[in-house]
Design a protein around this ligand. Structure first.
Ligand code: FMN
Length: 216
């Protein structure tokens, strides 16, 4: 099983989402020992913002590509192939300015490719990245999940759910630590809740896999 571990927090060793993705990957490896992990740090290895030079996968242009187009398309190809090869993707998604970090958005712009992660059919769009499990480690300074007003303000988990769904990923799980900037106790509680969620998601997946392999 291939697991792709992605971090996008700018906060290095202070990062809550980096701590959570590391915990998720450790728990996953413990319950799925055959897992092979590849790692993508979107801050250390950030794709450039999406520009016209990166548009060839969308326009279908293959001939006469400029040097800049070839370079940018190679970046997109590397990222989309890596995503498509993974069975499980663990995404560190900090809550910055009501949404995700620009580095994570740049990655999504690179992997959103017709014919690779989605296609348009007579019946509308169809996601092509089917069969994956995605676990999102969501870290938030404030609390947004417990009120309608809060939920309306967040464009982080809701966006990821939408765009991953568009790519055909139906198994999207969230491990959330929220309120981490609201004092030491609130942060400790948030991390404890996230640790429980990690345990529950990883165990549930392992149990489901056992059922599937016993039925086969
Ligand atoms: C650039 C930046 C923007 C932030 N914006 C928000 C915000 O809009 N709302 C909020 O509740 N917390 C905000 N925070 C706090 C983060 O959500 C919180 O620190 C969380 O732990 C970030 O994940 P990280 O620790 O992995 O970086 C922001 C933090 C940073 C660094």
């Amino acid at each position: 099983m291939q697991l792709l571990h992605i971090d996008s927090a700018i906060t290095s060793d202070q990062s809550v989402s980096r701590q959570l993705t590391a915990q998720i990957v450790e728990a996953w490896k413990a319950s799925h020992p055959a897992t092979q992990v590849s790692y993508l740090d979107l801050v250390a290895d950030a794709p450039a913002h999406f520009t016209m030079d990166a548009m060839a996968p969308r326009t279908g242009q293959t001939d006469g590509l400029s040097e800049a187009q070839q370079r940018e398309n190679a970046v997109s190809e590397r990222l989309v192939s890596q995503f498509l090869a993974a069975d499980v993707v663990v995404i560190g998604a900090p809550f910055y300015n009501f949404a995700i970090p620009t580095q994570l958005k740049a990655w999504i712009d690179r992997i959103a490719q017709p014919g690779r992660t989605f296609q348009y059919t007579a019946n509308g769009p169809e996601g092509l990245a089917k069969g994956k499990t995605v676990i999102v480690a969501s870290s938030r300074g404030g609390v947004y999940s417990t009120s309608e007003g809060g939920r309306a303000m967040e464009h982080q988990e809701s966006y990821l759910q939408t765009v991953l769904g568009f790519f055909g990923v139906t198994d999207v799980r969230f491990v959330r630590a929220e309120g981490v900037a609201m004092g030491g106790d609130a942060k400790a509680q948030a991390l404890a809740a996230a640790a429980q969620a990690i345990e529950a998601h990883v165990k549930a997946h392992a149990a489901n896999q056992d059922r599937v392999s016993q039925a086969a």
